[in-house]
Design a protein around this ligand. Structure first.
Ligand code: FAD
Length: 493
């Protein structure tokens, strides 16, 4: 029987790799974790979720300062933003969270942590800093990077990506955002709120193109109302840089061209897997431009090499990477054939209003030929949303023909948190009547969840059949004759 240095080797110390490393080490597997950057944590901690959500909060606070009058308060003039201070706050939040992802913590859990860029030399071995390290199982969890520009002309520009945007030493005067996915729109709104003029350039006819158009359009309307210029259906045809000013020429579907200039260009047109330099060709691992090919147990074309997280190109979220890390542990350490199931993978775009989703939306249901009905409730019917001054948006619930919930989307205040209740309901197979029968504290945003369930259930309770039955059994006398004239009569007494 072959002997290896480690039971499992993990390449990449981000959400996916750290989940595998922590689980495997705690279960007693001899675990090797290799990271190329000087610290653990991956994109989420250093260049993704954590800095972006910290930035969004600073932008939100600053934006609220400009809305004091709407809350019956005196107007304030906070002065311009010094982005270096925002960047300092971002760094300090990262530092607090870094403790959780420290080398010391992983060593204490029992993992051997090494730094560098390994290269596969055979199916079980890598070369790292001149040393050969072998493992029975491997997990490639190297994440993703911003996709390179689709248009050659952009190569001439000094554009930035999510790796630079959180540590700028000054606020961009004009920020041109290329792309309109979650990262692009979150950054567009945050920088616009902090005082940059923002232009978003998008190739397709919708922002957040995976979402239903009505939900994405609600977000787009808010962004536009806040002053962001959003150019849809535009292809980039030329780009140029004179000193620090970058210009991008776009063309619409009718061939009309316009040029947009600014001091900063953010490239956010999708992600590409981090697979360079790993020696994947040496061992013939199958992959596409979208990611390393995996089966439903996250095994690559070599069954003992797994690829969880962004690198497989499936669901590029931190919680998805964590979930997939768990699948790898079950397969590689417990030797149980656990498969992935993404039916209930939730996500949220943290614009204001947030847009959160679980299960099927109308787009996917339509593509998959699923018959569905739609139930909605607006936030302007939610007392707490009105009190908070954040009543834009709605919840949309999709039921299949058996009246089972197949998806929920929420666009509105705290949509990501509100979705948590649906994660439990759908995950636990809880009936809609149970949700409709719960008592939620008043006034809370979460009442909208109960309300949309109640709207559906009430069509059952107040059906003609039920009314007929009650009339028959309890001899109900039916509605009052001309009830409104009575009210008028009492009013005048
Ligand atoms: C701006 C932004 C905002 C985001 N916001 C959210 C959000 O709010 N919520 C959410 O769920 N997701 C968000 N994401 C996505 C999230 O960051 C990723 O889905 C998540 O980090 C994926 O985890 P991972 O472990 O697959 O990859 P990563 O976290 O990227 O980890 C990969 C690790 O592998 C290392 N590595 C790469 N190549 C090598 C190599 N050759 N050798 C050794 N090590 C290597 C990298 O240095 C890195 O540490 C955001 C992303 C961005 C860019």
């Amino acid at each position: 029987m072959a002997s290896y240095d480690f039971d499992i080797g993990i390449i990449g110390g981000g959400a996916a790799g750290l989940t595998v490393a922590a689980g495997a080490a705690q279960l007693g597997a001899r675990t090797l974790l290799i990271e190329k950057e000087p610290s653990l944590g991956g994109d989420c901690l250093h260049f993704g979720c954590v800095p972006s959500k910290t930035l969004i909060k600073s932008a939100h606070v600053y934006h609220q300062l400009g809305r004091t009058k709407q809350f019956g308060l005196p107007e304030v003039d906070p002065g311009p933003v010094d982005f270096r201070q925002v960047a300092d706050r971002i760094r300090s939040v990262i530092a607090q969270i870094q403790v959780h992802d420290s080398v010391e913590r992983f060593c204490k859990l029992g993992a051997h942590v090494a730094f560098g860029e390994p290269e596969f030399t055979d199916e079980h071995s890598t070369q790292l800093n001149g040393k050969t390290l072998s493992a029975k199982y491997w997990a490639i969890a190297t994440g993703s990077s911003p996709a390179p520009p689709r248009v050659h002309a952009l190569d001439a520009l000094d554009y930035i990506t999510n790796r630079e945007i959180f540590s700028l030493d000054k606020l961009p005067e004009t920020l041109i955002v290329l792309g309109a996915g979650p990262i692009a729109v979150e950054m567009a709104q945050a920088f616009n709120r902090l005082g940059s003029k923002v232009v978003v350039i998008q190739r397709s006819g919708q922002i957040l193109s995976k979402e239903d158009k009505d939900m994405a359009d609600t977000v787009m309307q808010v962004l536009q109302d806040e002053g962001i210029e959003i150019l849809l259906n535009r292809s980039i045809v030329d780009a140029d840089q004179q000193n620090n000013i970058k210009s991008i020429t776009v063309e619409d579907k009718d061939g009309n061209r316009s040029t947009h200039s600014g001091d900063t260009v953010l490239l956010a047109q999708g992600r590409t897997p981090n697979a360079e330099g790993l020696g994947l060709k040496n061992i013939d691992i199958a992959m596409t431009p979208g990611g390393i090919t995996v089966d439903n147990r996250l095994r690559t074309s070599h069954k003992h090499i797994f690829a969880p997280g962004d690198v497989n190109g499936k669901f590029q979220f931190t919680h998805a990477a964590g979930y997939e890390g768990g699948i790898v542990i079950t397969n590689a350490v417990f030797h149980l054939p656990r498969k992935t199931d993404y039916t209930l993978m939730p996500w949220c775009t943290f614009t204001d209003p947030e847009l959160a989703s679980i299960g099927m939306n109308e787009k996917r249901a339509g593509q998959e030929g699923v018959d569905y009905s739609v139930w909605t409730e607006e936030f302007n019917g939610n007392d707490r949303a009105l009190a908070e001054g954040s009543s834009t948006g709605k919840i949309k619930m999709l039921l299949n023909e058996k009246e089972k919930v197949i998806g929920v989307q929420i666009v509105g205040p705290r949509a990501g948190d509100l979705l948590g209740e649906w994660v439990a309901i759908l995950g636990g197979g809880v009936k809609l009547s149970t949700l409709a029968g719960t008592v939620h504290p008043y006034p809370t945003l979460a009442e909208i969840n109960k309300r949309v369930a109640g709207t559906f259930i009430s069509t059952k309770i107040f059906s003609d059949r039920i009314k007929k039955g009650l009339k028959l059994f309890f001899q109900l006398k039916g509605p009052a004759q001309d009830p409104c004239s009575k009210i008028n009569h009492f009013d005048s007494v």
